[in-house]
Write a protein that binds this ligand. Structure first.
Ligand SMILES: C[S@@+](CC[C@H](N)C(=O)[O-])C[C@H]1O[C@@H](n2cnc3c(N)ncnc32)[C@H](O)[C@@H]1O
Length: 313
């Protein structure tokens, strides 16, 4: 197996991408700042709306320039700009949307005056809708119907999603199939072994792994303009892709480099490959006393009530 090329550059991705050869990238994945005031060590995540959208236009235009004609761009984005970004990429930059995936996560951010934030958007955009990499067989897993019910009548086309709000995905494993467009992976929370510990937005390797496997082949070039903790680089190396990434912060670059250098080609991705089985279902769990059904109190005896021994009346 040949060593994969890994190229990590410290600096502004917009300027950095301008220096690369057009048509050289097979897959780009970007998880940019969402413009929600998140605290990074250098970048200020609070631009005027127009400025953020103009900047997004410029860096995505560079991604499009770098993509091969058969290339794919996956964008991770929050609710705030998902719709604008899709229109921008379609109308102004000529890309076609193949999937709008909802990444549903647990360990999200608790909010005070709205529903808790528990999802982000993943847009799969291609240059040529008739000619792009999509390795469906590399990301397929047996369905619960096959594993659990052995149901030969299962409709291979799938079914409409339930109109039920699911509190815990572990209780409904068949509700989050890996070939559906609602994906469940826990966010990389503080106590997780996978957590590198120096970056607040570290993405799960299993999530990026699904994208890299589906939308690129071994030895292909993968680009990430916003490297952060280095997740895309780590996954690309493990899956034997070539990789180029940009990151503004020298501190993050140093740590991400160390993370990527420490992994090997062929090494398994971090985290549970099947997230719905990574935690017990509610029925198998150990609830806190306060969450248990209140037990009916035993009626106090006469003695307990009065302190006087004798038969309860
Ligand atoms: C949401 S984080 C990426 C997290 C990454 N996906 C991970 O798994 O760790 C966005 C990153 O973009 C970096 N950044 C912001 N503006 C940049 C720019 N113009 N060029 C390169 N990196 C930039 C920030 O410093 C931050 O680390």
């Amino acid at each position: 197996m040949s060593a994969s090329k890994i190229d990590i550059r410290c600096g502004d991705c917009l300027e950095g991408m301008k220096k690369l050869k057009p048509g050289s990238i097979d897959l780009a994945f970007a998880d940019p700042p969402f413009n929600i005031g998140f605290e990074y060590d250098l970048y200020e995540d609070q631009l005027d709306d127009d400025k953020y959208l103009a900047w997004s236009h410029d860096w995505i235009a560079q991604v499009v320039r770098l993509l091969k004609d058969s290339g794919t761009f996956w964008l991770a984005i929050g609710d705030e700009y998902a719709a604008e970004m899709k229109v921008l990429m379609q109308r102004e930059l000529g890309l076609t949307c193949r999937s709008w995936v909802i990444w549903y996560y647990t360990f999200g951010v608790n909010c005070k005056r709205k529903f808790n934030r528990s999802h982000a958007h993943l847009l799969q955009m291609v240059k040529d809708p008739d000619h792009f990499t999509f390795n469906a067989d590399t990301i397929r897993v047996p369905s619960a119907r096959q594993l659990v019910y052995g149901d030969r009548r299962a409709n291979p086309q799938g079914r409409l999603p339930d109109d039920t709000w699911v509190l815990r995905p572990q209780d409904l494993p068949e509700g989050f199939r890996s070939d559906g467009d609602t994906w469940y992976f826990a966010r990389v929370a503080g106590t997780f072994k996978e957590r590198a510990g120096f970056h607040g937005c570290q993405m799960p390797e299993q999530l990026i792994g699904r994208i890299v496997r589906a939308s690129s082949n071994e030895n292909d070039w993968v680009l990430d303009p916003f490297l952060g903790s280095g997740t895309t680089g780590s996954v690309a190396k493990k899956l034997n892709r070539q990789f180029i990434g940009f990151e503004l912060s020298p501190e993050y670059v140093q740590q991400a480099r160390g993370r990527i250098e420490s992994v090997e080609i062929g090494q398994p991705l971090d985290g549970a490959a099947e997230p719905t089985r990574s935690a017990p279902s509610t029925a198998q769990g150990r609830p806190l006393d306060s969450a248990r059904k209140p037990r009916r109190k035993k009626a106090k005896t006469q003695q307990e009530l009065t302190g006087i021994e004798g038969k309860p009346s």
